[in-house]
Design a protein around this ligand. Structure first.
Ligand SMILES: [Zn+2]
Length: 148
């Protein structure tokens, strides 16, 4: 866990929610606290629910509502993998990793690639745009699993 990313995201989440005029609720507060702590890479909605239930903090419907709300405000990145599993992670400007999704198992592996970051910055410059973010998802099968 990167404490700077966590603190930046928490501050941004509170600012976005109050400027959107959203009243705070117990479920959303619990979701925000959990994601700031555990959500720096993809966490399934089910896992989020399990962790919050373990803390006896909230109901399923209110957790899903809070996740949708935070996603709509641009505070969460959502990735839908095979099997209809929705995963979420916090959107942090300083965060630079992407994901490989294994087609056969649905598992997700994060990766970092400096060359890819440079290519994306070059593309933005060519297009004459300022990026607010970018997502790269690679899908396939690991070579090791194909040999098995
Ligand atoms: Zn991630």
């Amino acid at each position: 866990v990167d404490p700077d990313l966590r603190d930046q995201w928490l501050a941004r989440a509170h600012a976005e929610l109050s400027s959107a005029g959203r009243r705070s609720g117990a479920a959303r507060t619990a979701v925000i606290e959990l994601l700031a702590r555990e959500g720096q890479c993809l966490l399934s909605a089910q896992k989020i629910l399990d962790l919050l239930r373990a803390e006896r903090r909230t109901s399923g419907a209110s957790v899903y509502r809070a996740l949708e709300e935070l996603h709509d405000l641009g505070l969460l990145r959502r990735l839908d993998a095979s099997g209809g599993v929705a995963r979420f992670e916090i959107v942090a400007p300083g965060r630079r990793h992407h994901h490989f999704v294994d087609d056969s198992s649905g598992s997700v592996r994060p990766f970092v690639d400096d060359g890819l970051e440079r290519a994306i910055e070059d593309a933005a410059a060519r297009l004459g745009v300022v990026l607010s973010g970018h997502d790269v998802v690679l899908r396939g099968r690991s070579v090791a699993s194909m040999r098995a």
